[in-house]
Design a protein around this ligand. Structure first.
Ligand code: ZN
Length: 192
């Protein structure tokens, strides 16, 4: 692996990288990028905190491959006891960013034939390097972190369990039952 640029780029609370110089290098050239985000909004009511990502950008024929990993935590609601807790995550990812503009003369790059544009469903996954040759990692990280979060979050070994059935720990209650559990909890008065 070539390491002409061994010094990693450090981004703090920023996810946009200028890649014009990388795009003028030969295929296979790389940049290492380290990202730290104090807070990172994933959704209207989901925010990741203390996010660290280590990313390698690799020059491809018509774009850049961004691969790496990220760690951090997100405040989630436990489906069993309904308390909020800090869920840590570790996620590995690799996504291709398409180059739509040539660096030297500003002409558009013809999209490769094997990627037809008529598939509307793939649009949100087609990352692009913008006209200013900037690569925005926001959507990549947002989507991959969301995918890494558990479908049925449970706060941990010390989960007190559902209020109405305290003590029965043997089956993990999934999200559907959590809603039902919520109804049961409000029907029967909580002890203590
Ligand atoms: Zn819990």
């Amino acid at each position: 692996m070539s390491t002409q640029h061994p010094e990693p780029i450090q981004l703090d609370d920023d996810l946009i990288i200028k890649v014009s110089s990388l795009l003028m290098e030969s295929i296979g050239s790389t940049r290492k990028v380290n990202v730290y985000l104090n807070r990172f909004s994933l959704d209207e009511d989901l925010t990741a905190t203390d996010v660290s990502a280590s990313i390698v950008l690799t020059r491809l024929n018509r774009g850049v491959l961004a691969s790496g990993s990220a760690t951090g935590s997100v405040e989630l609601e436990c489906v069993r006891c309904l308390n909020t807790y800090e869920q840590s995550f570790t996620v590995k990812f690799a996504e291709q960013f398409r180059q739509i503009t040539e660096v030297l003369d500003g002409r558009g790059v013809t999209p490769p034939r094997e990627e037809p544009e008529d598939d509307e469903g793939d649009d949100e996954l087609a990352f692009e390097i913008n006209d200013a040759h900037e690569l925005d990692l926001t959507e990549l990280l947002r989507q991959w972190i969301l995918l890494s979060l558990p479908m049925t979050p449970v706060c941990g070994k010390d989960c007190p369990g559902p209020q109405a059935y305290g003590g029965n720990e043997e089956d993990v209650i999934d999200a559907r039952f959590a809603a039902l559990q919520d109804l049961l909890d409000t029907e029967g008065e909580q002890p203590s």
